[in-house]
Design a protein around this ligand. Structure first.
Ligand SMILES: [Zn+2]
Ligand SMILES: [Zn+2]
Length: 431
């Protein structure tokens, strides 16, 4: 029996056998939400471009080693969270878990600094295999910027100013925490002191942190487990071990933040979950998002370009989690996607109505053409879509060269000459 029984398909669909759902942690962004996303993205684009950043689009898939060499082999991202697999030519590839490494790769590959390009932004999906929870997805989006070639604290200040501007434009209630995590010269001496301090308390640390003690003790400061927090609360501060260069840089950034009236607190426990940061780092945190409250984060990464094979190039950047911004931001715009609906009702009125629809669209109106069904069902659709205008075209209207124009908001209807339609829609119908 090759013929598929329609009744059988219906039954299986109803039972849920044949329905394919999206993967856990992957989310459809439906038309009733995309408007809010576009609004946020437009604001960020505006702000990034006003600071002379240019958009860059890099591939979603990269060689796996790009991230183990940049983000760091001992980070949670590389150890546990990356979508890494062998492609058909047997090489390990990774769905990018973050954007900075990809932009640095592109910078080096295309000699972008020599081409006069040094400040970039991206609005792009990232992928991490994490436990799905509120506001946290396996596919998520970053609004990110990266600036290359400048070691001056003005770039760090600029990054913070962009952040503040986004938060202000979106009216978000957050706090800014900053830290200085030192450089290649000064960090090793702190790491040594920290390791010595923690060694004596090794048994009290969580399993992950016991491992980090050997590989990357700095990350222990970032552990969210209460037992580890209790121990690190009294750990020596990284700020007491920084070299003069790092200390001066950090002081300068703080001076500029104060001058720009950007509120902040210094939190010496902020180390970020990625290995490439140097000197200035920051997090923007909201208390409304539960334990995972970081809305945006970033800092300086002066060694990364060199570590990935480029010439030494200081750099600074940040990324905001778009899902979290969306969750926090109270969006009040209306969600209208159509201004007018054109409904042919006569025997031979469809072609004329269809062409008129095209004329209205060329004038910049959002217009839907309803090609079949009764007038009643067409009006029901127009109401559901919250259209303001309905244009009804029957045989009589064609004969008279008019359109019956109805304003659904005011509940008025008038016959309008075809050549006057656009100006009447612009000005409104008299009651
Ligand atoms: Zn230093
Ligand atoms: Zn821990």
């Amino acid at each position: 029996m090759t013929k598929i029984d329609a009744k059988y398909i219906f039954v299986t669909l109803k039972r849920g056998f044949a329905v394919i759902q999206s993967l856990p942690g992957f989310k459809d962004i439906l038309p009733n939400e995309t408007r809010k996303w576009q609004f946020v993205e437009n604001i960020c684009r505006d702000i990034f471009e006003s600071f002379a950043y240019q958009e860059i689009r890099v591939p979603i898939l990269e060689k796996a080693q790009l991230f183990s060499r940049s983000v760091g082999n001992d980070t949670d991202i590389v150890q546990k969270e990356m979508y890494t697999f062998k492609d058909k030519s047997d090489q390990f590839v990774t769905l990018r878990p973050e954007g900075t490494a990809c932009v640095v790769r592109a910078l080096i590959q295309h000699h972008l600094i020599h081409e006069g390009m040094h400040k970039f932004y991206y609005i792009a999906p990232m992928f991490r295999y994490e436990r799905p929870q509120r506001g946290r997805f396996r596919e998520f989006h970053h609004l990110g910027v990266e600036a290359f070639g400048e070691s001056s604290p003005y770039v760090d200040a600029e990054i913070m100013e962009m952040n503040a501007e986004i938060l202000k434009r979106l009216n978000m209630d957050v706090r800014v925490e900053i830290n200085n995590i030192g450089c290649r010269k000064c960090r090793p001496s702190y790491t040594k002191v920290l390791r010595e301090y923690l060694m004596g308390k090794k048994e009290l640390l969580c399993e992950d942190c016991q491992r980090r003690l050997d590989t990357n003790p700095l990350r222990i400061l970032d552990c969210k487990k209460e037992s580890c927090k209790k121990i690190t609360a009294f750990a020596p501060s990284i700020l007491d071990y920084s070299c003069d260069e790092c200390r001066n840089h950090f002081n300068e950034v703080q001076r500029l933040l104060t001058k720009m009236n950007i509120d902040f607190v210094v939190n010496e426990k902020i180390v970020r979950g990625l290995d490439y940061y140097t000197k200035f780092v920051f997090e923007v945190i909201s208390d409304k998002l539960g334990a995972q409250g970081t809305v945006s984060a970033g800092g300086r990464y002066n060694d990364l370009v060199e570590d990935l094979g480029g010439s030494p190039t200081p750099a600074c950047g940040f990324a905001a989690g778009e899902e979290r911004v969306i969750e926090l931001f109270d969006y009040k715009e209306d969600d209208k996607f159509v201004d007018a609906v054109v409904i042919p009702v006569g025997k031979d009125t469809s072609d004329f109505s269809f062409l008129l629809t095209g004329d209205l669209r060329k004038e910049g109106f959002k217009v839907e053409f309803i090609s079949s069904g009764s007038l009643k069902s067409a009006l029901r659709k127009a109401n559901k879509w919250k259209a303001k205008w309905v244009l009804i075209i029957g045989d009589e209207e064609i004969k008279e060269n008019t359109v019956s124009l109805r304003d659904l908001e005011k509940s008025v209807q008038k016959k309008v000459r075809v050549e006057d339609i656009i100006s009447v829609i612009r000005q409104g119908l008299d009651e």
